[in-house]
Design a protein around this ligand. Sequence first.
Ligand code: NAG
Ligand code: CU
Length: 193
Amino acid sequence: MLTATKTLATILLAAAAAITVSAAPTATSGGTGKLPSRTTGDEPAVTHTVAAGRGGLLEFQPFNIEAEVGSVIEFHFGPRSHSVVQSSFEEPCVQLPGGFNSGFNFAVAEGQAENVYQLTVKDERPVWFFCGQAAHCAAGMVGSINQAVDSGNTIDAFIAKARAFPGNATLLAESAGELDGRVLPNPDPLAGF
Ligand SMILES: *[C@@H]1O[C@H](CO)[C@@H](O)[C@H](O)[C@H]1NC(C)=O
Ligand SMILES: [Cu+2]
């Protein structure tokens, strides 16, 4: 699975300019406080591209993103209708109160939606997310930013929890959440799908 993920990530990275990914997992322990930021202020913001529903698959690709504080996660939406919603690790298909929820403004018949959804990584704590559409989450359409390998809260464990979730996702209101979720025009709607 790791090999497949890396291959997909590489394909996506090739489709977008000026992207880097840190190879090593973060040492996040699942602790309570914010960890020190590694952002120096001199580096340009890195953008990590994630495909939602590419090729009709109920998947985020990649489904774990290792992202530095200050970097941007940009979701591109494939066919049918998907969304990106923040959850806790414990409840993968239930919107976290105060968490981000992109809403369903990205439906498209083929190719990519004309808009993308961006988040900004604010600290090194893990962020867990899912697709809010019906039972997509229970089908495994979930992801993480900086999975917490040390604590056992891994993306693999999160996917297993999602697949055990009965039925449709539970959503609250659309929200920007702490990661300032925002809708922007797709910079390259013909690429990569
Ligand atoms: C789940 O969502 C689908 C599609 O919107 C709907 O047809 C179905 O009735 C829902 N199931 C439940 C248990 O709410
Ligand atoms: Cu979906």
